[in-house]
Design a protein. Structure first.
Length: 389
């Protein structure tokens, strides 16, 4: 198997053309919804997280492939974020806007601000547009001044930045004050921002988040990350999110690589190796990844992003440890993705999820505010980079 060549072909032959096709030249941004039967709803709301992820995707695809057409797609996504997704009155990025770019859900969520920082940092790297970096730094300052307390990161706010219930990032019947998911993506965003800006305050915040992961989020007894927390960062659930753990195992390492601090890197690698090993032991089934385990009950749904992040996470662990099992499972996961997750219908991309038998029985949309090119596109680019393809 020439894995690097195959993921390059998937990126250039399916994922990029699919998302290019969703460009909205009339109202800006990209169409926000395609149902399971491949019907595009051009009047559906445009999620600002989706737009951020598309901006990140095309910026990095341009830097990977050096195709100017991809930079023009990133330019298009950036203009929509700058002109429509940003709240010019109170600052920050909205949760969603209408199809023609008017504020719709004006919630300000830390998770959403983080993805905007992630995207804007990459776009700055690709375009050298100083305005994008200024925008990213403004969002960083907003998070650090408004969205933090002595225990960690606060999550959900209204338009005027008044704290509210965190229902958007809660699930399984729980209402969490703080979540591992938001913290992980703040880490990811600050990693990219520090990489392109080298700002001392960003570095300090990144180091602080790494310490929170090690001391409060990582459970040394179970070798997994706790998911949902109360206001004081006490865990409130028995949930094991396989996908987030394997994703975190390489994103935490990536933060260390960018920081270049030997002590923090050594401390982090010790438990990111344990995270990957535990996921390898608990989550795999017939060359694919189960979704999660809640109160001891395994959810065997095969979710698109979980398979993609597992490829990067396990290959990252192979690079660190040299253990052949991690390379082998990466290839098995790719075989599963090729056979089942990739939607072979003309004009489609990847299925959202499959049942245990490999059928897309949920008929979830191919595109909606959470279904994006960030996980699968990033997997392709990460694997190309790591395999020198």
């Amino acid at each position: 198997m020439n894995l690097g060549h195959e993921v390059r072909k998937e990126l250039t032959g399916r994922i990029i053309p699919f998302w290019k096709k969703l460009r909205d030249n009339e109202n800006g941004g990209y169409y926000g919804y395609m149902d399971f039967d491949l019907n595009v709803n051009k009047c559906y709301e445009k999620g600002c997280i989706l737009n951020s992820r598309i901006l990140w995707f095309f910026s990095n695809a341009y830097m990977t492939l050096k195709d100017k057409m991809l930079l023009s797609e990133a330019d298009h996504a950036y203009r929509f974020m700058r002109d429509c997704c940003e709240d010019k009155e109170y600052g920050g990025v909205f949760w969603s806007v209408t199809y023609d770019g008017k504020p719709l859900d004006t919630t300000k969520h830390t998770y959403n601000q983080a993805f905007a920082i992630y995207a804007l940092s990459s776009y700055y790297d690709a375009s050298k547009d100083a305005g994008a970096l200024d925008f990213a730094m403004d969002l960083f300052e907003r998070i650090e001044t408004t969205c933090t307390d002595e225990y960690g990161y606060l999550e959900s706010f209204n338009k005027q930045w008044v704290l509210e219930d965190n229902d958007k990032l809660s699930e399984n019947g729980l209402l969490a004050d703080k979540t591992m998911n938001t913290l992980l993506h703040v880490l990811e965003a600050y990693t990219e921002l520090y990489r392109v800006a080298g700002n001392k305050k960003v570095k300090e915040a990144l180091v602080k988040i790494l310490r929170v992961f090690k001391d409060q989020v990582y459970n040394e007894k179970t070798h997994r990350l706790e998911v949902f927390f109360d206001a004081k960062m006490n865990t409130i659930s028995d949930l094991y999110s396989y996908g987030h753990d394997i994703e975190a195992s390489w994103l935490l390492d990536r933060a260390c690589y960018v920081l270049k601090d030997d002590k923090i890197t050594e401390e982090t690698h010790a438990y990111t190796n344990a995270l990957a090993a535990e996921v390898y032991k608990e989550a795999l089934e017939n060359g694919s990844m189960n979704n999660e385990c809640f109160k001891g009950v395994v959810n065997t749904t095969k979710v698109w992003w979980v398979q993609a992040e597992a490829m990067v996470g396990f290959y990252n662990c192979y690079e660190k440890t040299g253990e052949a099992r991690y390379k082998e499972i990466t290839e098995q996961l790719w075989n599963y993705i090729k056979k089942y997750i990739i939607d072979k219908r003309p004009g489609s991309e990847w299925f959202w999820d499959l049942d245990k038998e490999g059928s897309p029985v949920s008929r979830k949309p191919i595109v909606e505010p959470w279904k994006c090119p960030y996980h699968n596109g990033r997997m392709c680019m990460e694997m190309m980079r790591r395999l020198h393809d």
